[in-house]
Structures are given as C-alpha cells and as structure tokens.
Design a protein. Sequence first.
Length: 230
Amino acid sequence: MKLDLKIFTCLVLITGFIYNKTLYSQTEEVSPWTAGADFYSSFIWRGVQNGSGPAIQPVLEHSSGSFTAGAWGSFDFRGYQEVDLYLSFSLPLGFSLGITDYYSPDLRYFDYSRKSGSHAFELTLGFSGENLSLEADYILNEAGGIGSAGHDLYLQAGFSFRHFSLFAGAGNGWLLKDPETDQDKVKLCNLGLEVSRSIKITETFELPVLGQLIFNPDREQLFLVVGFTL
C-alpha cells in the first residue's frame, strides 16, 4: 500500500514538471487531434473495481464537428490492461449517441465468438444539460472472454451543484456481484459524490484534480478515489 502511494505521488510530481516544460517548448496549434492521460489512485468503473492500485488512463481522440472518435485505455502496475475504441455523435438539444468496443489485451484481438470473445460492444445514449446529465448503456453481444453475457444494461443520472456533484447508477449483468443469479435484475451499483478543483503548481501551470467517494450497494463496497488529468 505504501509502495502504491509513493508511485502515485512520484507520477504527480514528474508529469507536472514535464508538462510545465512542454508549455515553453511547443507552439500551440489548432488540431482535431488531442492526446492526454488521467492518473487515478484506483480504477473504479460503474461501482466496480478493475485491477488494483494506481492506474494510468491514456486517451487519443479526433473530433470534427459533431463527430468524435478515439481510443482510451487503463493500465495499472499489477498487470491489468484495457483498451477501448469509441465513436460518438453530438445530437441537438444536448443529446449524444455513441458506441464503445471494450477489449482486454490479455485476449486474442480477432476473437468475436460468444464463448471466448474478447470484445463487448456497447451502445450509449446520453444527455448533458446545464446541471443534469443522463446516460443509458446497452451491451449488444455475448463475449465470454471479456465477461459479457449480452443485453447488459446500465443507467446513470448525475446532478452538479456549485461545489460538488452527485451521481447514481444502476445496472445488471457483468456489473453485479452475482451476474448469473441476478442477470435480469437491475440493481443500484454506483452511488457517488464528486469534487473537482485545480491546484496551482507554477505561475503557468495548474493541475486539475478530482476526488470521488463511491458506494456500491450491490457488492457492499465503499471506495475513495483521487486522480488528476494532463
């Protein structure tokens, strides 16, 4: 535990220093391509812990008008790996529609079978207003290798206040403690409080920091997570 904390602290200091230097050495250009990374004390996804210890989550993205495509990943220091590809389209009135391909590099990439498949494809319908956010997700296929039984559903609502945000999510299938017994039951699995702020590192660089307190009623687990973004 102490080793994980030291690693996470070193990452904060080193990446902040590198990023600050980069600001002076590069000329900012307008480009449809962006790259970045999140660093978290642990990876909690929809109330479920994936891997263990600190996680690095890089992202590479291309945006053009209402269309966005990208690749997102999560890697920890104990072997957990995930690489997801996604497409999304912005719709009128704050709505969006997207699809995500969840994949683990521990599995063969071109295995699309039901028994041992390495890809789970998820449709997402979202809404983002001034303070309210809504999301509905649906897994299209069964893929035994990555743990998808197919038809998995997840629903989440979030509301932002002046200094913090609250969110609540419910799902079935691979999100539940006992997915075989409760596969068709939608249960609360992701209740959370989120706080974000920027920490001033130098006169020209501020580090965005996010903290979350997450409770999973289905698994009876409580998580406290902190992370920052570059």
